[in-house]
Write a protein that binds this ligand. Structure first.
Ligand SMILES: [Zn+2]
Length: 273
C-alpha cells in the first residue's frame, strides 16, 4: 500500500456522500495518475430504499457497499475502505476507537491530501459532523509516535498529511439549488436539515471537474437504491453536466504544512508537486 506517488484520500460518512460532493475531484486526480482512496464510515443502512425491488432493510448495507464499489470503479479509484460503523450512530461511537481506525488507514495509505466534511457537514447531518471531527483529530495525530503506538510496524509508519480540506458549498451555488427562494433543505425523519453555504471569500480552492462531469454522473447513477430510477440524474442530462454547482467542487483549506495559498487554488496538490 505504501507509495511515494501523489495520494489523495477522501473520508465521508455514507456511500453516496462522495458522489455529489467530490465525485468529479476523485475522477480527475485518478485520471492524472494519483493514488485515490475513499474511506466511508458506514454502509448507509439507515438510508431510505428508493427502489423496493433492489434492497431490503436486511441487505441494504451489502447493496450500498456494492453501489459504492461500482462508483469507485467509475471514478477510477481504489475500492472503498470502511470503518464498519452503523449509519445514524456515529455521534455515539467511541471516538478514540474511530479516530484510531482512521489514523491507522492514514498511516498505511500515506496521503499528502485528506478531504472530508467541514464543521457544517454540508447540511448538518450528525454523522457528517462526527466524521468531520474524527478527520480533524486524526490529521493532528498520525505523525505523533505517542498516539496509537501499537499500530506501528513496517506497513504502518508515522505519517504527516500535508493538507486537510473541507468540502463546502458556496452561498451563490446554494442559492441556485433553492427551489422557491427559501433555504434549501433535506428532510430526514420529518425534520429539515438546511444546507449551509459559505461566502465566496472563505473558499480557498475550486476544482473544475467539467472534463469529469460524466464520470461524476455515472458514479452518482451507481447509487440507484438511494436515487431511484426516475432521478433527474438518469442518463446524461446536459443541463446537469453544465450546471456550475455540478462541475465546480469547492473546498476550504483548513490545515496545511506547506505554503498557504495567496489566491484561490485550482489544485489540491498545489505546493506539493
Ligand atoms: Zn451522508
Amino acid at each position: 500500500m505504501k507509495s511515494t506517488r501523489l495520494t489523495l484520500m477522501a473520508f465521508f460518512a455514507h456511500p453516496d456522500d462522495e458522489a455529489f460532493g467530490v465525485g468529479g475531484t476523485l475522477a480527475k486526480y485518478a485520471a492524472q495518475g494519483c493514488d485515490v482512496y475513499l474511506v466511508t464510515a458506514t454502509r448507509g443502512e439507515a438510508g431510505e430504499i428508493a427502489v423496493p425491488d433492489l434492497a431490503t432493510p436486511a441487505n441494504l448495507p451489502y447493496v450500498r457497499e456494492q453501489e459504492l464499489r461500482c462508483a469507485c470503479e467509475t471514478y477510477g479509484i481504489h475500492p472503498p475502505l470502511f470503518l464498519d460503523y452503523v449509519d445514524g450512530q456515529l455521534p455515539i461511537v467511541h471516538q478514540g476507537q474511530a479516530v484510531g481506525k482512521l489514523v491507522r488507514i492514514i498511516r498505511e495509505v500515506r496521503p499528502q491530501v485528506l478531504i472530508s466534511f467541514g464543521p457544517d457537514g454540508i447540511y448538518g447531518h450528525y454523522d457528517h459532523i462526527a466524521v468531520h471531527r474524527w478527520a480533524t483529530i486524526a490529521f493532528e495525530l498520525t505523525a505523533d509516535p505517542d498516539c496509537f503506538p501499537d499500530q506501528l510496524d513496517s506497513a504502518c509508519e508515522l505519517h504527516q498529511v500535508s493538507k486537510l480540506y473541507f468540502r463546502v458549498l458556496s452561498e451563490e451555488r446554494l442559492a441556485a439549488l433553492s427551489e422557491d427562494g427559501g433555504p434549501a433543505a433535506l428532510m430526514m425523519d420529518g425534520v429539515p436539515f438546511y444546507l449551509v453555504g459559505r461566502p465566496r471569500e472563505e473558499i480557498t480552492t475550486v476544482i473544475d471537474v467539467t472534463d469529469y462531469a460524466e464520470a461524476k454522473l455515472r458514479g452518482l447513477q451507481c447509487h440507484v437504491s438511494q436515487l431511484g430510477r426516475d432521478t433527474p440524474f438518469a442518463d446524461t442530462p446536459e443541463e446537469v453536466i453544465r450546471a456550475p454547482w455540478f462541475w465546480e467542487e469547492t473546498f476550504v483549506l483548513a490545515h496545511s504544512t506547506v505554503a498557504w495559498p495567496q489566491e484561490v487554488e485550482t489544485d489540491l496538490f498545489a505546493g506539493l508537486r
